[in-house]
Design a binder for this molecule. Structure first.
Ligand SMILES: [Zn+2]
Length: 635
């Protein structure tokens, strides 16, 4: 936020954004999350991030045994992308996991640098398969991200040793990027364009744009911006390429972007090579395009990203903030009441949060924070195993939670490796305080720079922010679009002009102990789709869960509930056990035996938040979010 983009007056090139870059470490050490979310974060960092063995995920780089075109080389970079910020979050040494995590980062880094070849390559493919089909370029993308995160981390350290280590990481990233340029850059040795390599019509390889822009922003070397421009050309110009600009400008929905004649029955290899509906890779490309826009001012690229994301919200995102069937776009919002195959891949969930975070920072539009919040509280936390040790690969809207996969002969997979990065979007954007403006996007219990936040949100509808800052500052509060009548009080005085879907600003000379109170408008709302009904409360999707043992979860509702109806008859009640975060009792017109005088009475059942639903990760713990509605004889 407060991002300034300067465009050189004479057009030729360059110049760069300042302030609060997404993915930077600037903000992460200033937040301490408390309450149930703080506990979940601690568990995840301890069991998953700090629990990752750096030798295991760096071994492929030293062994170099890849023959199948797989993606063992994404795991270290993904891990670094969360390990470094969490090391920063925990602080060093005395905060527990920090020390072990820092040691793991150093250990992995040493092995990665040792694996770099003379020509700059870091990866596990044999020379004849490099920069071709498969996931080699994709792997190098994540390696560059890992190296640059290490660089940022060391830059913040003190002393000559940190500087030397930072320089070594930057140098390795430059040499790796130089290798990619020499092989598949303009006029490269391999005789093919970058976008022609890898999978998904060039999305996978083209998404290397993001760390190339990071490299450019850190070195200011023109050759990296030139390379980025070449990648952007590949993303936008070739007829058979990713077409990330013109198809967005024409308003083609993300699920409909395949070429005329594209044949979904032509076999998996064909689909992987030419498909344009792969959610994770497409969004990864737009993230790079936003970074490129920030450096060059090419506004049409940001506009294409915004338009695409708006289409995703409209066509794909479901009530849990999740999306994608078998990792692909499919107009899923319209079909979310149906049991689709491989729903809500965690890579897609995490990438959607990262994409929204970039849009939030680039546009300052709080609707992107609304999206992050909904995704975070539902599908994201739902995919995170309660002990923090793993992310599910897919999570259905109704069904049960289950373990992920083993990819590339390894005891990990793309999703569990990706998962920890998602929490960072929530953590970074919770509150940004640059000394002049403090923007609150989320309302979890936390200590942040200049303020404390006390809250049981979203279980309760209130949050209380207490100042421990003094002097003039503008406080901005995100008022969610779903909260029609939000009340804000400052030291007990109601504030006029609070509007849903915007930031509400309070500018004043703050004193220690000033109190801001927010009460959100959070009724339970019904949603209808065909003959199915679901319920949300604020950002949270509600689910029935087998643990409540209160009847058949597929029992239909009697007809009559309207889309958007505010539901009476729901009340927050005490949770029955520690593994459920929120529980609501509801009185609903459920059941098929209403010819019987007893059966026509309303039925009391319980709901929990979607993230808690099914979280025992057992077959006998199942849940449901969309409920059938009875048909009658005239339909
Ligand atoms: Zn995945």
């Amino acid at each position: 936020m407060n991002r300034t983009v300067c465009i050189a007056a004479l057009g030729a090139a360059v110049v760069v954004s300042s302030a609060a870059a997404v993915d930077s470490l600037d903000n992460i050490g200033e937040v301490r999350l408390k309450g149930p979310l703080g506990v979940r974060l601690e568990r995840m960092v301890r069991a998953h991030v700090a629990g990752t063995d750096p030798d295991y995920i760096t071994a492929p780089f030293l062994e170099k045994t890849e023959t199948k075109g797989w993606w063992q080389t994404e795991f270290w970079g993904k891990w670094m992308h969360s390990a470094v910020p969490y090391a920063e979050y925990l602080g060093s040494g005395e905060r527990g996991a920090g020390s072990g995590l820092s040691a793991s980062i150093e250990r992995g880094m040493g092995r990665m640098l040792a694996s770099q070849e003379e020509n700059g390559y870091i990866g596990n493919y044999p020379d004849e398969l490099r920069c071709g089909e498969g996931w080699d370029v994709w792997g190098m993308k994540y390696t560059m991200m890992g190296l640059l995160h290490y660089y940022d981390w060391k830059l913040k350290g003190e002393g000559e040793k940190c500087k030397v280590e930072a320089d070594a990481a930057l140098e390795a990233a430059k040499r790796l990027c130089d290798y990619v340029i020499a092989e598949i850059g303009p006029g490269g040795r391999r005789g093919r364009e970058l976008w022609q390599t890898g999978n998904w019509s060039g999305y996978a390889s083209s998404s290397i744009l993001e760390p190339v822009m990071w490299l450019y922003k850190r070195t200011n070397e023109k050759k990296y911006l030139d390379f980025a421009s070449y990648i952007v050309d590949g993303m936008t110009k070739p007829e058979k390429g990713p077409r990330l600009l013109d198809l967005a400008e024409k308003g083609v929905s993300v699920a409909d972007r395949d070429e005329p004649g594209y044949d979904t029955k032509a076999g998996w290899a064909y689909v992987c090579k030419y498909g344009r509906s792969k959610a994770y890779e497409m969004m990864s490309c737009y993230q790079g395009l936003i970074e490129y826009y920030e450096a060059t001012g090419r506004k049409e690229l940001l506009d294409a990203a915004v338009k695409t994301a708006e289409d995703i919200v409209k066509e794909e995102i479901n009530l849990a903030g999740g999306c994608a069937c078998s990792e692909a776009w499919f107009h899923g919002a319209r079909k979310q009441h149906l049991p689709y195959w491989r729903l809500q891949e965690t890579c897609v969930t995490t990438t959607w949060m990262r994409f929204c975070e970039k849009l939030l920072c680039a546009t300052d539009d709080p609707k992107w924070a609304d999206q992050i919040e909904r995704t975070f509280y539902n599908v994201y936390l739902g995919a995170l195993r309660p002990d923090g040790g793993e992310f599910a690969a897919y999570t259905p809207l109704s069904g049960n939670r289950w373990h992920g996969m083993n990819h590339c002969f390894m005891h990990t997979d793309c999703c569990t490796a990706n998962g920890p990065r998602g929490f960072l979007c929530f953590l970074r954007e919770l509150c940004r305080n640059d000394g002049k403006t403090a923007t609150f996007n989320f309302y979890a219990s936390a200590l942040v720079k200049g303020f404390d936040m006390y809250s049981l949100y979203p279980r309760e509808n209130t949050a209380r922010i207490v100042s421990h800052t003094e002097g003039p500052l503008t406080l901005r509060l995100r008022i969610p679009a779903w909260s029609a009548a939000t009340e804000v009080k400052v030291n007990g005085q109601a504030q006029p002009g609070v509007k849903a879907g915007s930031y509400f600003s309070v500018s004043r000379d703050w004193e220690l102990g000033d109190i801001v109170e927010i009460a959100f408008d959070m009724p339970v709302v019904a949603h209808r789709l065909d003959h199915a009904v679901a319920f949300t409360r604020g950002p949270v999707l509600l689910a029935r869960d087998s643990r409540f043992a209160d009847g058949d979860l597929s029992e239909p509702l009697r007809s009559g509930i309207k889309d958007g109806q505010k539901m009476g008859g729901f009340a927050a009640v005490r949770v029955p056990s520690d593994d459920i975060w929120m529980t609501f009792s509801a009185v609903l017109p459920l059941g098929q035996h209403h010819a019987n005088p007893e059966g026509e009475h309303w039925t009391q059942v319980r709901f929990c938040d979607y993230a808690s639903a099914g979280n025992l990760w057992r077959q006998d713990n199942y849940y449901r979010t969309w409920f059938p509605e009875e048909y009658n004889q005239f339909e």
